[in-house]
Every structure is written in structure tokens, then in C-alpha cells.
Design a binder for this molecule. Sequence first.
Ligand SMILES: NC(=O)c1ccc[n+]([C@@H]2O[C@H](COP(=O)([O-])OP(=O)(O)OC[C@H]3O[C@@H](n4cnc5c(N)ncnc54)[C@H](O)[C@@H]3O)[C@@H](O)[C@H]2O)c1
Ligand SMILES: C[C@H]1O[C@H](OP(=O)(O)OP(=O)(O)OC[C@H]2O[C@@H](n3ccc(=O)[nH]c3=O)[C@H](O)[C@@H]2O)[C@H](O)[C@@H](O)C1=O
Length: 334
Amino acid sequence: MTKVYTKCILVTGGAGFIGSNFLNHFVKNYPNYYFICIDKLSYSSDNSTKNIIDITDAENFKFIKLDLAESYLDLFQLLVTDYEIYQITDIINFAAESCVDKSFESPLYFTKNNILSTQNLLECYRLLKKSRPEVNINFLHISTDEVYGDSDIDVNEQGILNPTNPYSASKAAVDLIINSYRYSYKLPICIIRPNNIYGPYQYPEKIISRTLHCLKHGKKIPIHGSGSNKRRYLHVKDFLNGLQLIWENGNLDDSYNIGNDFEISNYAVIKLIGELFFGNKSEIDDKVVFVNDREYNDLQYSINDDKIKQLGWKPEIDFRSGIKDLIDNYYPYL
Ligand SMILES: NC(=O)c1ccc[n+]([C@@H]2O[C@H](COP(=O)([O-])OP(=O)(O)OC[C@H]3O[C@@H](n4cnc5c(N)ncnc54)[C@H](O)[C@@H]3O)[C@@H](O)[C@H]2O)c1
Ligand SMILES: C[C@H]1O[C@H](OP(=O)(O)OP(=O)(O)OC[C@H]2O[C@@H](n3ccc(=O)[nH]c3=O)[C@H](O)[C@@H]2O)[C@H](O)[C@@H](O)C1=O
């Protein structure tokens, strides 16, 4: 680093869906910040940096391929031993295996990957603070609404954690471990728990990206069970605006839900995509196939996000426009 930067931000999981949207926006718009992305490059970015190809040569950006769950010593070197080189000021922790369907097949792997990747980071943070108490890092961890489990009443950030699948259990476990670092080591860490997020660069395993991918490739769209389970969706841009607001104005030793009141069933999501894609409501009907439901499928998640609303945040992109934008501008690349 020859130039002097005002911040050095470590972004984990930055090659994946949400992390790449974060980096593509911030690396371009914040030239005074230096960004280091750590990602193991998994299937969710086709084992590549293709989602962040526009910024990989930017002078305020560095990519490091590393498995956070497996490479504690490399991480320790970057964050602690060689602290002076980058002097990391902020950590935005997106890295995790994120697919609920895959977690039913490999629960142990999800536990190991999702817990160790974050706890290795926490350990480096703890030991950095121990050796250099004067150093302050803004640490934002991306959790999920799924940690609260099924709920039809709005749960706030103090709600009981009641995860129901191996993915959400691994995420809830991390939230509890973070809590222990807050109490035991007095480390400020912010936990953010969003609803379902959609947008460009999402791997076609989640309902919206998979539906668009199936339409493009002439495959049947699988609907789990009856299709009546409901979700609340946030466009990735709205989510990132919320994250930025918390980062800049929030209490970084606290937890924040980020949600949307708009709730829709899985079947209605697919019907809406069909309507916007074909220009009529019926053409999608013979393109769907009802398949066995998940081992357990949360009926719905309801979160109370008054705390972030009090900071002045609200979602700007309505679901219909967000889906239309995906069809018009990103569909060709699926
Ligand atoms: N997509 C959603 O709807 C949603 C909603 C709520 C919360 N989240 C959370 O947001 C975060 C990002 O989700 P996403 O949808 O972008 O997922 P994603 O699967 O698209 O991206 C995750 C990225 O993390 C990387 N990663 C995973 N384990 C790693 C490890 N051990 N070391 C280094 N890199 C690793 C992957 O290679 C991938 O690039 C996750 O923590 C997820 O739990 C996602
Ligand atoms: C907050 C979390 O959101 C995502 O998890 P979730 O399981 O809710 O998202 P999916 O898109 O995988 O599933 C939503 C809903 O659709 C059903 N479905 C999915 C794919 C498909 O091909 N057909 C379907 O019918 C599925 O059973 C669900 O009911 C996110 O993945 C996660 O990281 C979160 O944290």
C-alpha cells in the first residue's frame, strides 16, 4: 500500500452474493478506503472471482484466497503478527455456507465451516486487542433472521434463538459465541440479522435465482411441498443501505434486525416471476414441478426491525420492481 487510506476494511465472503454486491459498490465509491477480501472461492461464485471481476485490479483492493475455517495461522499473521502492514480498522464478516437445502445433506460440514470461520476471526480479534489494547476495530457480523426459527409474531433482537435446520443452527451458534466474546473479553461486535435477500450474483439455488435460471435453461422449477411457506424479501441494495447506516451511525456493540413487512408465499413468488417474465399469469404453470418438501421448512419468519428504522432506514425497492430489474438487466447472465 503506497497511498495513505483512511480505513482498511477486511471483507470475508466477498466473492459470494451479498459480499460481492458490497465490494462492487464500496470499492468504486470509497477510493480513500482500502479493502481486503478473504474468500475460499466456493461453488457459490463458481469457484472464481467472477462476481468481483470489475474491481479485482482496483488499486484500493486486494484479494486473498483463504479458507477461514482451516487457515487460522495465515489469518493470525494478517491480523495480528503483521498488523502494521494493513492496520485493519473494520471487519465485515459475510463468510458462511448459506444454503439451507445443502445444510440438510452436510450438517457437520456446516457446523464446522460456519462456526470455525467466524471463531477464528474472533480469536485473532481477541489476541490483537490483548497485544494492542489501543487498537479499535469495527466488527460487523452478518447473521440471519433464521436464528429465531419459525415465527408469526414479530421477534425483536432480544428474541429467543430457536433455529430449526443445520444452517440456522450453525448461525445461531455463532451468534451465541459472539455474545460470549462481548461479555468475556469486552469486545464490541455488531450482529445483523436480515430477512431473505435477493439481487444480482445470487447463486441459482435460492428460490428467485433458481426460478430465473430454470426459465433461462428450459428446466422445470422445483416448488418444495405445497409452496405455501412464506418469506419476506429484501433487495440487496436495501440491505446494504441498512448495513452502511448501522456501520456509520449504529451501536456497534449491539444487534440489529433488518427486515421488510412485505411477505409472500413461495408459490406466489414463482407466479410473479412468471407474470413479469412472460407478460401473462398462466404461462409459467406448466414450467413448475411440486417436489418433496425440506426435512423441515420454516413456515415464515417475522422480525421486528424498529431499532434500525429508528436510525432512519427503510427499504426503497418494492419486490415487483426488484424482480423486474433482475429480469431486464441480469437475466442474460444467469
Ligand atoms: N442470501 C440471503 O438471503 C441471506 C439472508 C440472511 C443472511 N445471510 C448471510 O449473509 C452472508 C452471505 O450470504 P450470501 O447469500 O452472500 O452467501 P454466498 O454463499 O453467496 O456467499 C458466501 C461466501 O462466503 C465464502 N465462504 C464460506 N465459507 C468460507 C470460509 N470458511 N472461508 C472463506 N470464505 C468462505 C464462500 O466462498 C462465498 O463466496 C452469510 O453469512 C449468510 O448466512 C444471507
Ligand atoms: C434468511 C435466509 O434466507 C435464505 O434461506 P431460505 O431457505 O429461506 O431461502 P431459499 O431461497 O433457499 O428458500 C425460500 C423458500 O423457497 C423454497 N424453495 C427454495 C428453492 C427452490 O428451488 N424451491 C423452493 O420451493 C424453500 O423451501 C423455502 O421455503 C438464505 O438462503 C439463507 O442464507 C438465509 O439466511
